[in-house]
Ligand binder design. Structure first.
Ligand code: G6P
Length: 608
């Protein structure tokens, strides 16, 4: 999704802007641009395509300035061309970068055209800069103009604004899309994500909804949604720089796959010291779990798949009913909310527009609490929920989510165990599962050792156009996640089915050109799954199986079997995800796709 970077200092800030944009590349984008102010003039450079192209163009033009804004654009209104790229300008002096969507841009555009403004792009953003120009022409200063225009804009957005006539301030607005202010020494910055600014600062202010910030070289003033000057807390970034570097790995995705043992270790730290530790999982609020009679889970993408696994666990282990729904559907329909429902949102970023909107819309008095299972402590989702369970995966840069998913599963299993305990499930059973959970990092390491074998296997998929993933029980959402990974990064069409549904449709597609991947841990559904696999085999389908020794499946049965470590039942969804991640990674690399930034996709989907 779009990324914003801005800076104001005594030195040339072009390098800070470009570096910041590069660090936001993971969000997904298709064009980039920047505008800097130097000696009373505004210089703008934009390019379709990657930030590297923008950097070359900025170098060639020797673009320099002590105040500037920059942007990566993920096209919504209008194609990913140079003329649609941000910053957008009105006249020669005023420039705006924008993340999000202006829903009423059409009527504003018509009015501005009637007022004599000429539009040079197809974007919704351009209305903002002309409206600001109009307010400035009527005698306002930059801050007044922004405050006057913001109420006219409907939708969710974040803005960065600079004017060559006012070289001593950068104005930033947060209204529905995330924006942080970074604090330096004699210079200050803005960005849509703190990761963009880590090379220059570790001190951040997270703007809140409706905040307008006036960022100067020597200070920052924030005005809240009511127009009152406010002080916001300064946060110190608590990660390490290495987390956001690729290190020895060819791609962030591969690095993040291999980080999973350590990430899971962090998720579990201090939370699995026997059943008593479950009583503190949500701090003082853990007691509330006793009153929970129903759980509503809301999420998008990979996080939704984590929610689907949690539903099996919750009903099975805690005996609490549970529904799971994708946020974009949930937010637009009426629901019957049973009494004593706990609302659980799951999100890696905590900034996904649909998930946030669903949370904000869940106002029924029957919700007794709203819990965010999230990877980013400072995110909107965490701030706007009464309770949070942090997944502690560390920054995830690859668009295709990997360690965020497995850590979500581990955190959700803990939540289920805490709920089960609150509902009187025996401590012995819970203690056994917690003991099993201690093995998670080492079992993950064992699964990662299959990397070489999966690399070999991947060759069979490279030329294929379609793949089917099968699973039963908790392995059905795992199959869905496997299919999502493959289509996201290799662009091979992949679908997942609960294996029992095979004969109700997808079996018609099975032939030698349609590889079928099945996740088959040795659980009670295995025998049924074996029959499903025979159905595939009988139609000449190529079958690839991830199963342990005890499943007693072998290549001799006409399958290609990848032998997994023996895994306790409740950990199987976490461990069986690993080979599917590796499979999609290797297939994508062999097909030569852009693994970390697949086409058309964004890491953080901050627009509807
Ligand atoms: C995008 C990302 C996915 C992610 C989904 C939900 O589609 O590409 O990897 O699963 O958003 O994001 P969230 O941050 O809410 O988990």
């Amino acid at each position: 999704m779009c990324g914003i970077v801005g800076a104001i200092g005594e030195r040339n800030v072009t390098g800070i802007l470009i570096t910041g944009l590069k660090r936001l590349e993971y969000r997904g984008y298709d064009s980039a641009g920047l505008a800097v102010v130097a000696e009373g003039l505004l210089h703008r450079v934009r390019r379709a395509g990657k930030v590297a192209g923008l950097e070359m163009a900025a170098d060639e033009a020797a673009t320099q300035g002590t105040l500037g804004i920059a942007h990566t654009r993920w096209a919504t209104h209008g194609k990913p061309t140079e003329t649609n790229a941000h910053p957008h300008m009105s006249g020669d002096d005023l420039a705006v970068v924008h993340n999000g969507i202006i829903e009423n841009y059409q009527s504003l555009r018509e009015q501005l055209i009637a007022d004599g403004y000429r539009f040079t792009s197809e974007t919704d953003t351009e209305v903002i800069v002309h409206l600001l120009h109009q307010a400035l022409a009527a005698g306002r200063d930059l801050l007044q103009a922004v405050s006057e225009v913001v109420p006219k804009l409907h939708g969710a957005y974040a803005l960065g604004v600079v004017s060559a006539d006012e070289p001593d301030r950068l104005i930033a607005v947060r209204s529905g899309s995330p924006l942080v202010v970074g604090l330096g020494i004699g210079e200050n910055y803005i960005a849509s994500d703190q990761l963009a600014l880590l090379p220059v600062t570790t001190r951040f202010i997270f703007l809140q909804e409706g905040d307008v910030a006036e960022v100067r070289r020597d200070g920052v003033q924030i005005i809240d949604a009511k127009g009152v000057a406010v002080e916001r807390k300064v946060h110190e970034f608590d990660g390490t720089h290495e987390d956001v570097e690729k290190g020895e790995y060819r791609h962030f995705m591969l690095k993040e796959i291999f980080e999973q043992p350590a990430a899971l270790q962090r998720t579990l730290e201090g939370r699995i010291n026997g059943p008593e530790s479950l009583a503190h999982l949500l701090g003082e609020r853990t007691e509330l779990l006793q009153r929970v009679r129903n759980v509503q889970i809301i999420a998008c993408g990979t996080s939704y798949h984590a929610g689907m696994v949690a539903r099996y666990w919750l009903e099975d282990l805690a005996g609490v009913s549970c529904q799971v729904e994708v946020a974009s559907e949930f937010r637009y329909r009426q629901h019957v909310v049973p009494e004593n429902t706990l609302l659980v949102t799951i999100s890696q970023s905590g900034e996904t527009a649909d998930t946030l909107a669903a949370l904000r819309g869940a106002t029924s008095a029957h919700y007794i609490g709203r819990l965010a299972v999230c990877n980013v402590d400072s995110s909107s989702l965490v701030r706007e929920s009464e309770m949070a369970l942090l997944t502690r995966a560390g920054p995830e840069i690859g668009v295709a989510s990997t360690k965020a998913f497995t850590t979500q599963l581990a955190a959700l299993l803990l939540l289920v165990l805490a709920t089960a305990r609150a509902h009187g499930v025996r401590d012995e059973l819970l203690a056994d599962i917690l003991t099993d959970m201690r093995q998670l990092p080492s079992l993950t390491e064992q699964a990662l050792r299959l990397d070489g074998a999966i690399h070999e296997l991947s060759k069979d998929f490279v030329e294929k156009h379609h793949t089917l993933f099968l699973g039963r029980g908790t392995q059905y959402p795992v199959a869905m996640e496997g299919a999502l990974k493959l289509k996201e990064i290799s662009y091979i069409h992949a679908e997942a089915y609960p294996a029992g549904e095979l004969k109700h449709g997808p079996l018609a597609l099975v032939d030698k050109d349609m590889p079928v991947v099945a996740v088959a841990p040795n659980d009670e559904l295995l025998e049924k799954l074996k029959s499903n696999l025979q159905e595939v085999r009988a139609r000449g389908g190529e079958l690839y199986l991830f199963a342990d020794h005890h499943a007693e499946l072998s290549d001799a049965d006409g399958f290609t079997v990848l032998t997994m470590p023996k895994v306790p039942e409740y950990l199987a969804p976490i461990i069986y995800t690993i080979p599917l991640q590796l499979l999609s990674y290797h297939v994508a690399v062999m097909r030569g796709t852009d693994v970390d930034q697949p086409r058309n996709l964004a890491k953080s989907v901050t627009v509807e």
